[in-house]
Design a protein around this ligand. Structure first.
Ligand code: ASP
Ligand code: MG
Length: 409
C-alpha cells in the first residue's frame, strides 16, 4: 500500500463534469488499495472573480479580509469533490487548510508554510477515508486564514507530501507534463520524461507553469513530483533528484526554454553613487512584499551618480512606483522611468555550468531574429534576457530551434 498526494488545478475542477471526472480518478487509486490525499485549487477563474469582487467594494482591500475571502474559492471545490465521491459510494472528507494542520507566517497574500501538523489527516486516512484538502491556504499563529500566493496549491500539495512521508506527489493539470518550451508557442516542443529539481526550479522561476516554491520544497524533502494531465491518459514528467547519468551528448544540451510575459522595468536615473543607496531603494520594496527580479546598475561617466534598473511583474508595477516615489530626496534620485511592455526569455540547462559559449549563442540567435535585448541576468544554469513582449513568443521559437531542442532527444 502506498500513500499518494494528488493535486488538481483549477482547470481540472472547472465544472461539475470535471469534478466527477476527478472523483473517479481518485476513487480508482483508492480501489487499487492505496491511501490518497487530494489537494484542489478553486474552480477555474474563481480566485480572479473573488479578487474582482473585493475591488468592487474597496480600492485596496484589507489584506486579512482579502485572504479570508480568497480562501473560500477552495472551500467550494473541496466540498463539491467530497460530495461527488460520496455519491459514488466512497467515504470522503474535505478539510480546509487550517483543519488539515497547515500553519503559516502572517504575510497575507504570500504566506509561507511554517509547519504542517498532519495528525488530523493521518487519523482520517487510518479510518479508511479519502481526504480532500483545500490548497493555497493556511492558518497564522493568531488563527487567521492566509493564502500562499497565486498558484500556491502546488506548494500545499508538496508540503503535505513531505509532512506525511508520501511516496509521491502528483500534480494533475491541463498540460501533459513539462516541455522543452510551451507547446502552445512551439509546435514541436517535446515532453521531458524527467527533470531534476534544480533545472525545474529555474524553469518554474522563469515561467514554466508551476509554483517555484513547490519545487524548492520537493528538493528540500526529496519528494518526487509527477506532473501529468488530468484529461488525457499519457505519461507525464517526473521531477526528482537526477544523478547525472545522462549520456554525454545529452548532458551538454540545453534542457528547456521558458518565458514570462508580464515583466515591467523601472529605471531610477541619477541616484547618488555612494554606499547605502541600493539598500535604501530595495529595502522598502522588499518590505512591501514586491519581488524584484533582474537588477542592473551602471556607473556614470562622472562617477557621482548612477542609474539603477530593475524588473517586477506588471501587476506589482503600480505598487513599486508608489513605494519609490517618497524616497526621492533621501536617495537624491532623478527621474523614474517605467516600461510595462516587456517579457523575459530564458535558456535553462545544467549542462551550461562551467561551459562557455551558451550566452553568446543565445545573443546571436536573438540578434539574427532582429530582437533587441534590454537586460541580461544569469545563474549557473540559466541565462535570461529581457526583451519586448511582442517578440517573446518568436524569441522562444528561435531559441528552441537554435539550441536544437526540436531535434529528437
Ligand atoms: N486558486 C489559487 C489561484 O488561482 C491557487 C491555485 O490555483 O493554486 O491562484
Ligand atoms: Mg491555479
Amino acid at each position: 500500500m502506498a500513500l499518494y498526494v494528488h493535486k488538481y488545478g483549477g482547470s481540472s475542477v472547472a465544472d461539475a463534469d470535471k469534478i466527477v471526472n476527478v472523483a473517479r480518478r481518485i476513487a480508482a487509486v483508492h480501489d487499487q488499495g492505496h491511501q490518497i490525499v487530494t489537494v484542489v485549487s478553486a474552480m477555474g477563474g474563481t480566485t480572479d472573480e473573488l479578487i474582482d469582487l473585493a475591488r468592487t467594494v474597496s480600492n485596496e482591500p484589507d489584506p486579512r479580509e482579502l485572504d479570508f475571502l480568497l480562501s473560500t474559492g477552495e472551500l467550494v471545490s473541496i466540498t463539491l469533490l467530497s460530495m461527488a465521491l460520496r455519491s459514488l459510494g466512497y467515504d470522503a472528507i474535505s478539510l480546509s487548510g487550517p483543519q488539515a494542520g497547515i500553519r503559516t507566517d502572517n504575510s497575507y497574500g504570500r504566506a509561507r508554510i511554517s509547519q504542517v501538523d498532519p495528525d488530523r489527516i493521518s487519523r482520517e486516512l487510518d479510518a479508511g477515508r479519502l481526504v480532500i484538502v483545500a490548497g493555497f491556504q493556511g492558518l497564522t499563529p493568531d488563527d487567521d486564514v492566509t493564502t500562499l500566493g497565486r498558484g500556491g496549491s502546488d506548494t500545499t500539495a508538496v508540503a503535505l507530501a513531505a509532512a506525511l512521508g508520501a511516496d509521491r506527489c502528483d500534480i494533475y493539470t491541463d498540460v501533459e507534463g513539462i516541455y522543452t518550451a510551451d507547446p502552445r508557442v512551439v509546435a514541436n516542443a517535446s515532453k521531458m520524461p524527467e527533470v531534476g529539481y534544480e533545472e525545474m526550479l529555474e524553469l518554474a522561476a522563469a515561467g514554466a507553469k508551476m509554483h517555484p516554491r513547490s519545487i524548492e520544497l520537493g528538493a528540500a524533502y526529496n519528494v518526487p513530483i509527477y506532473v501529468a494531465s488530468s484529461f488525457v491518459d499519457a505519461t507525464g514528467t517526473l521531477i526528482r533528484q537526477v544523478s547525472d547519468d545522462r549520456q554525454m551528448e545529452d548532458r551538454i544540451k540545453v534542457t528547456g526554454i521558458a518565458y514570462q510575459s508580464n515583466v515591467a522595468k523601472v529605471t531610477v536615473c541619477g541616484v547618488a553613487d555612494r554606499p547605502g543607496v541600493a539598500a535604501g531603494l530595495f529595502e522598502p520594496l522588499s518590505e512591501a512584499g514586491i519581488n524584484v527580479d533582474t537588477i542592473v546598475q551602471n556607473t556614470s561617466a562622472d562617477r557621482t551618480t548612477t542609474d539603477i534598473s530593475f524588473t517586477v511583474t506588471t501587476d506589482d508595477l503600480p505598487r513599486a512606483l508608489r513605494v519609490i516615489a517618497p524616497l526621492e530626496t533621501a536617495l537624491g534620485m532623478g527621474q523614474v522611468i517605467s516600461d510595462p511592455t516587456l517579457a523575459s526569455v530564458s535558456v535553462v540547462g545544467s549542462g551550461m555550468q562551467n561551459t562557455p559559449g551558451y550566452a553568446s549563442r543565445m545573443f546571436r540567435i536573438l540578434a539574427d531574429g532582429g530582437i533587441n535585448i534590454d537586460m541580461i541576468t544569469t545563474s549557473e544554469i540559466r541565462i535570461s534576457c529581457i526583451i519586448s513582449r511582442d517578440q517573446a513568443q518568436e524569441a522562444v521559437r528561435l531559441l528552441h530551434q537554435g539550441f536544437e531542442l526540436d531535434k529528437s532527444r
